[in-house]
Design a protein around this ligand. Structure first.
Ligand code: SF4
Ligand code: SF4
Length: 393
């Protein structure tokens, strides 16, 4: 299989810059209905009952701020781009809007997401305003998938206000499909979504480190049987092998592990550079997990201290102050793994963390099964809430 190198990427980018735009490999046909794997050089899978067919590799745009990397991904045959209302305080959607404004609307799939703040007495109006803002930033009349963002508790997906607002978005043509993203209580969230009957796509954290895999895979199967499509995120367990965030994980091995599950339509790794894209493409062109991958991942499983928190929730029950530790651990991963301090702060702020949370606790009572020294990590990350946002990238 052809490996796309940095020079090739730069060549494609340069051509596009002077107007001689190079059509992506899927441009000859709409991504809806295109099932020719050979043409794309990447396997194509269908996304539940949406009618969308996409390569197994997509782009999580979250941290990307270089449109040339988006262009390289698009020109490489990637057709599905995942963003969110909150990423980079809106600049992420704006960047995609600028990039896609002159592209054939049928040549790409866009997903965005907004947190559903159901505690607001004005939820419906606020949610609609956020949806409209996202469309304006994206310079689009509609998105292909709109997700309720980071649904962590049961009861949200079946809330009638959320259901009615999402249905309205679809009826008005602002989104083609409705979905939700989740990091926690995943089997229960999937079952609740099946029951609610409106959710077509689930964006789910899914990787080789998950402790609840059999239970989760069963729930995913139930979702697939009900017609839902599944997209995998957090596939690279935080992106680094060590707690200090110095050694990158082998992303290709992580992706190949994810693609073993035929119920996962695509993965949205958050590559931000040509080299990382190259690594992901290399995996997508040769997606079979081999013995070397298995050995490598087995070594990582033995190593407890990765940055990925399982979101099992055991720590919250053990903590004397019931701190939202899974969210704090995610914020730690964003900062030390992804080097994305602004998102780390946003994650902490939405969890009402104050930066001095463990004060007064003589001894930490939490015993994390993943070996996380939670009090140390809390002390290392929570002071970021007191750093003004304009200092953070
Ligand atoms: S910090 Fe540990 S105990 Fe808490 S949710 Fe994460 S993996 Fe589970
Ligand atoms: S040290 Fe922090 S995490 Fe540990 S029990 Fe006390 S408040 Fe909870």
């Amino acid at each position: 299989m052809e490996k796309i190198n940095r020079r090739k990427f730069l060549g494609l980018s340069a051509l596009a810059g002077v107007g001689a735009w190079v059509a992506p490999q899927t441009a000859t046909a709409s991504v809806r209905g295109n099932t020719d794997a050979k043409e794309n050089k990447m396997a194509i899978r269908k996304l539940g009952n949406t009618g969308i067919n996409i390569p197994i590799l997509s782009m999580g745009v979250m941290r990307a701020d270089n449109p040339a990397v988006v262009r390289a991904a698009y020109n490489s045959g990637i057709t599905f781009f995942d963003t969110a209302h909150g990423y980079q305080r809106g600049r992420n959607e704006e960047m995609l809007g600028e990039f896609f404004k002159d592209k054939d609307r049928n040549s790409f799939i866009i997903a965005t997401k907004v947190h559903a703040n159901l505690s607001s007495g004005n939820f419906e109006t606020e949610y609609e305003e956020q949806m409209n803002t996202s469309l304006r930033r994206l310079q689009m009349d509609y998105v292909d998938i709109f997700y309720a963002h980071a649904v962590e508790n049961t009861g949200i997906l079946s809330d009638p206000r959320l259901i009615e607002t999402l249905k309205k978005f679809k009826e008005e043509g602002k989104t083609k499909h409705i979905g939700f993203s989740t990091h926690a209580n995943k089997p229960a969230q999937i079952d609740e979504a099946i029951k609610a009957g409106i959710y077509e796509v689930c964006l789910i954290s899914y990787n080789f480190k998950l402790g609840i895999l059999p239970e989760l895979d069963d729930a995913i199967q139930r979702g697939v049987d009900a017609g839902m499509g599944f997209v995998a995120m957090k596939t690279m367990v935080g992106g680094v092998e060590d707690a200090e965030g110095k050694k990158q994980v082998d992303g290709a091995a992580c992706l190949r592990w994810v693609w073993q599950n035929p119920n996962i339509t695509t993965a949205v790794p958050g590559f931000t550079s040509f080299d990382l894209l190259d690594n992901c493409l290399e995996a997508a062109y040769r997606p079979q997990l081999d013995a070397a991958d298995k050995n490598y991942l087995a070594g990582l499983i033995e190593k407890n201290e990765l940055l990925y928190c399982q979101n099992c929730g055991q720590c919250v029950e053990q903590c004397t102050k019931s701190l939202p530790i899974p969210a704090i651990m995610r914020a730690y991963m964003y900062n030390y793994g992804y080097k994305y301090a602004a998102l780390s702060k946003e994650t902490l702020e939405s969890s009402t963390v104050n930066g001095n949370d463990c004060a007064g606790c003589a001894k930490c009572t939490v015993n994390c099964p993943s070996g996380f020294k939670v009090a140390e990590k809390i002390a290392a990350i929570t002071p970021i809430v007191n750093v003004p946002s304009y200092f953070l990238a």
